[in-house]
Design a binder for this molecule. Structure first.
Ligand code: BG6
Length: 482
């Protein structure tokens, strides 16, 4: 049986024309190497890549050099599929463009041939967007085109507005696709789907039954040679303002009246609009010991590699329910997970020392749904025990990876999984005050759960939920003690 996409807008798909060429700027760069070539190969394998793909870079490369780079990328990122590789090679081209030299854009235009709806993917640093967009317009390459831009979309509210202004000078909002690859992860879309597809959840999905929510993105590695990038971003800009906010909005949004992209995006923006600006008292920033010795990092850097915060959603559904978000590098393990803690039942058992019910929804590395319940156990001396029902599966080798999904959707013109202008600006509005404030950065040792200040300053009821890291498996079976 065919299962419809979680966010499905088939009618809109049919009415919008498919991009007839994909142009990706930054073809010789890191993102292309790590994510874009594997996504292109996967699209080719699925038969979703039957248009020319033009890599654009400033290096004086040939198409063969780009193919060699693509091959190396695939060898290192999951392997080469001979049939798909052959298809990819057949469509892959290269154009050298000096971003500030208008005549070189003419070469790109020539390569576009008669394409009517090119998709220009700007996998380049944001400070180059203005020049590139201007040149695309002047050279005629922007005609009928879509533009895909990478996160971080700006570095604060003012720069995001400026970026929007630049893009909107040339492209209509419906032709702008702001990429946040977390939106391309199926388990993130599932956060909303599972609520509405399972009747028992929606009645409890509000402040009456839910006490608090924690969202964690933990990574057991450091900045992996991206010190220069990190110095410009830090954890809040790198993963919280975008990835974790998307997790939050998927969890907290109201059911939509219909499944068209704008109805869905309206509800996500509504969640952000209800969140007051973050206050410095609700934020803890940390930096792992050794970060300042990383390449391209200032010896006195106060950039955070860890951040934890408390947000409130001032809406009928969520008033009084704190949402705790945290993300960090060099933590004990790598995973992204939501923990929902339910209120104690108002029954005769409310005063027993039982753990509250809770839900764990793990997004990666495996997909997990766990429900903790209190039952009478075999021990006659104990009033009850907490058990967790766990449903877990690994990501399948053939599952669509996030970049494959977002590239494919943008080329189809389906905007559902992309941040709209108002969303991007609302997300910055929330964190803007703390980005401008000079809050302290607390040092933490590698392989710990962040600075000790976190537990003093932000202490969710029941404590932060950290997985128990066992030898065989890190899938934890219990909720934390009160
Ligand atoms: C990227 C950040 O956007 O997301 C990285 O720049 C981070 O710092 C990564 O490691 C996390 O994404 P994923 O898909 O690996 O969880």
């Amino acid at each position: 049986m065919l299962v419809p996409p979680v966010w499905s807008n088939q009618a809109a798909f049919m009415s919008k024309s498919q991009s007839d060429v994909l142009v990706f700027f930054g073809a010789t760069g890191d993102l292309a190497f790590k994510k874009i070539f594997p996504a292109l190969q996967a699209m080719a394998r699925r038969g979703h890549l039957d248009v020319p793909v033009i890599g654009v870079g400033r290096s004086d490369w040939t198409a063969d050099q780009l193919r060699a780079r693509a091959r190396e990328s695939l060898e290192q990122q999951g392997g080469v599929d001979p049939a798909a590789w052959e298809k990819l090679c057949g469509v892959l081209r290269y154009v050298r463009v000096d971003y500030s030299d208008p005549p070189t854009f003419e070469a790109l235009c020539k390569e576009l041939g008669g394409a009517e709806r090119p998709a220009h993917y700007l996998a380049i640093p944001p400070h180059m967007f203005e020049t590139v967009v201007e040149q695309l317009e002047k050279s005629g390459c922007a005609k009928g085109a879509r533009v895909l831009v990478e996160k971080p979309f700006g570095r604060d509210l003012a720069s995001a507005r400026e970026l929007n202004r630049i893009l909107l000078k040339t492209f209509d909002e419906s032709a702008i696709f702001r990429i946040d690859h977390y939106l391309g992860k199926r388990p993130v879309s599932n956060l909303h789907f599972f609520r509405l597809a399972n009747g028992f959840l929606e009645p409890v999905w509000n402040h009456t039954c839910i006490e608090s929510v924690q969202i964690t993105l933990a990574e057991d590695f450091g900045v992996q040679g991206r010190g220069g990038f990190y110095e410009e971003t830090g954890a809040i800009r790198d993963v919280i303002q975008n990835h974790l906010f998307q997790v939050l909005t998927n969890l907290a949004m109201e059911p939509t009246v219909s499944t068209d992209s704008e109805s869905i995006r309206d509800e996500k923006v509504a969640v952000l609009k209800a969140i007051p600006p973050l206050e410095t008292k609700d934020l803890v920033r940390g930096q792992f010991v050794g970060y300042r010795n990383e390449k391209d990092v200032a010896p006195d850097s106060d950039v955070e590699t860890y951040a934890a915060m408390r947000l409130d959603i001032d809406s009928e559904r969520w008033r009084g329910v704190p949402f705790y978000l945290r993300a960090g590098k060099c933590l004990p393990t790598t995973y992204t997970e939501v923990v929902v803690r339910l209120r104690r039942p108002a029954t005769r058992y409310r005063d027993l020392p039982l753990k509250p019910n809770g839900l764990r929804l793990r997004i990666s590395p495996e997909i997990l749904f766990a429900l903790s319940l209190n039952v009478l156990g075999p021990d006659e001396q104990k009033p009850g025990q907490s058990v967790e029902m766990v449903a877990c599966r690994q990501h399948g080798a053939d599952e669509m990876a996030a970049y494959e999904r977002v590239l494919g959707d943008a080329m189809k013109g389906d905007a559902t999984l992309f941040a709209r202008q108002d969303y991007a600006e609302e997300a910055w509005r929330i964190v803007d005050p703390v980005l401008q404030a000079d809050t302290p950065v607390h040092a933490y040792e590698r392989n710990t759960w962040g600075p000790s200040e976190v537990d003093k300053i932000l202490s969710p009821a029941g404590g932060w939920h950290n997985p128990i890291i066992a030898d065989e498996s890190d899938v934890e079976r219990q909720l934390p003690d009160d």
